[in-house]
Design a protein around this ligand. Structure first.
Ligand code: AHR
Length: 553
């Protein structure tokens, strides 16, 4: 939780700021901020699937972000880009969601299995729909982004998962196919070889071993591209799709197509209708998928922005915190035991694509320091809500929207988002603990489409903490473009015996990596000196994401 510095002063009185035993008091005169880490207030285990990913047949994600083909000169493993596999595996990814997104509700899984030269070609969902496509996409004339060749399908996707150590999460087509098709995909993936026609087909296609896919999405954005359903209609479909499914010995974790951002009505009406047939229906849902993208007015440029636009987007990304709280509360009105958890399987900052990207690479940009802070803000949010959020997937893995990688033919770079994921890894599987941040706020102006100005304030320091054995990990974002946050860090319940820092920051708020300069923005390690008795005052750099690793006794 973030406390404003002046609320804190009001609450305890100016004289108490120097007192020793009063919570949240600053005993350092230099410090303008404080963090109280409350070791004895666990929130829950940070589900490693909070560090998950999303791959859709959209723009340059699959072709050529992931799939380069077996005959390519680009180093590959059975057609899958090797540099991406190596880099992603280092992050120990939770799950990878596939094949969409909107694409999923127009996809026939049968198109993407078996000999590649026999697979059909279709028009990609993103290249030709009655939806008013963005200008850039109307420019696509040909290529795999327009005429989907199905070179990459279920077989290749499972291979990607196996190569990187991720679990698969498949999204079923609810809009243009039926329950039978979903059940057959399930059979193809999970039935033991030698037992059914489809599992034999899978074995003939190269995998005797069942894929054991546990996570299945029941449609995607069913309020929009996934069928334009009402929540009540979708609840009826959901019941139908999830009734009496064969498991083939794999526990199915079914995920419902949840709300578009703050649409609490979608959540409330869905849960009300679903449980009309009894509360037992809740046992058929593992997660409720919330989607939220932040963007400035008119989406905006990925790498050209001023300080106001910097703060504006960071503040908009922070809306995730209230979305999690609000949807959780509404779910709890019906699901009183909170059997169903939140899955945020699309999140990130959505800009227009960089001008130097091929038109077919829809929403491709290399990402900047601003996107990195947005990664930190979102991951910290999920960790603070470790009791509610069991999976989160930025959209998307490579070459689109909030990506971790950027590729073009033989060129490959890790974006600043990648580095934040790497920095936050120690949280995965650890126990999230309460941390209270107090700091001065930052102010900024927001301009609407008519350039009308409004004034806003945003927190000056926020983050999350977790404990794993004798290590406490504190991650934090300082959004202030110019000022550091001199911060007193107090650990309640143990003594800090050692500390080190890893920092992603730059004096240029537009810093990024590019093909020409792949290490333009990478984290640096810093030594941290403790005061007597383990006292820790740390200066969070301006415009930064920081991980503090604290050894405790
Ligand atoms: O991630 C891009 C698109 O955004 C997805 O296909 C869709 O689910 C969402 O609207």
């Amino acid at each position: 939780m973030v406390m404003k510095r002046r609320e804190f002063l009001k609450g305890f009185g100016a004289a108490t700021t120097a007192a020793i035993a009063v919570p949240y008091a600053l005993s350092s005169t230099a410090a303008d901020s404080s963090v109280e880490i409350l070791l004895n207030e666990p929130i829950g285990t940070v589900n490693p699937n909070i560090y998950s990913h999303f791959v859709e047949h959209l723009g340059g994600v699959v072709y050529d972000g992931i799939w380069v083909g077996e005959k390519s000169k680009i180093p590959n493993i059975g057609g899958i880009r090797k540099s991406l596999v190596d880099s992603l595996a280092k992050l120990k990814p939770g799950v990878i969601r596939y094949p969409g997104g909107c694409f999923a509700d127009q996809y026939d899984w049968r198109d993407g299995i078996g000999p590649r030269d026999k697979r059909p070609s279709r028009v990609n969902f993103w290249a030709d729909t009655t939806y008013k496509a963005p200008k850039s996409y109307r420019d696509i004339q040909t290529g795999p982004q327009k005429y989907e060749p199905n070179w990459f399908g279920t077989d290749e996707f499972i291979k990607l998962c196996r190569l990187t150590g991720a679990q698969p999460y498949l999204a079923a087509n609810l809009r243009s196919f039926g329950v039978g098709d979903f059940m057959q995909w399930l059979e193809y993936c999970n039935a033991p070889a030698g037992q059914t026609t489809l599992s034999n087909q899978r074995a003939a296609n190269g995998s005797k071993d069942a894929f054991n896919v546990s996570f299945w999405g029941v449609g995607n954005e069913s309020w929009g591209c996934g069928g334009e359903f009402t929540p009540e209609e979708y609840a009826t479909e959901y019941r139908k799709y999830t009734a009496w499914l064969p498991t083939y010995g794999t526990k199915l974790q079914l995920i419902g197509a949840g709300p578009n951002g703050g649409d609490l009505g979608w959540t409330r009406k869905f849960f009300t209708k679903l449980t009309e047939k009894g509360m037992g229906q809740l046992n058929r849902m593992y997660g409720w998928a919330l989607h939220y993208y932040c963007h400035t007015t008119g989406k905006g440029d990925a790498s050209v922005y001023d300080e106001n636009e910097w703060y504006d987007l960071l503040a908009r990304s922070d809306r995730m915190d209230s979305l999690v709280r609000e949807h959780w509360q509404v779910m709890g009105e019906i699901d009183r035991e909170h059997k169903v958890k939140l899955v945020v399987d699309e999140w990130g900052a959505w800009h227009w694509q960089d001008a130097d990207m091929p038109p077919a690479y829809l929403y491709a940009y290399a990402g900047t320091l601003r996107d990195a802070l947005i990664s930190g803000i979102n991951l910290d949010t999920f960790q603070r809500h470790a009791d509610k959020v069991v999976m989160a997937n930025p959209a998307q893995l490579v070459n689109t929207i909030h990506s971790l990688f950027h590729t073009y033919e033989d060129k490959f770079i890790e974006t600043p988002n990648y580095h934040v994921f790497e920095m936050y890894m120690p949280h995965a599987g650890a126990t999230a603990i309460r941390a209270e941040f107090v700091s001065p706020e930052v102010s900024f102006s927001r301009f609407d489409a008519q350039r009308k100005e409004s004034k806003h304030e945003f927190w000056g320091l926020n983050g999350s903490a977790s404990v794993n054995g004798k290590t406490v990990t504190l991650t934090a974002v300082n959004p202030d473009a110019r000022s550091p946050r001199e911060t007193e860090i107090n650990l309640r319940g143990a003594t800090i015996t050692g500390a080190k820092a890893r920092v992603l920051s730059s004096t240029d708020i537009r810093a990024k990596n590019s093909f020409a300069n792949p290490n333009g923005l990478v984290p640096r390690d810093e030594a941290v000196t403790l005061g007597t008795g383990g006292r820790l005052v740390y200066r969070f750099a301006p415009a930064s994401v920081t991980r503090l690793t604290l050894t405790i006794a």
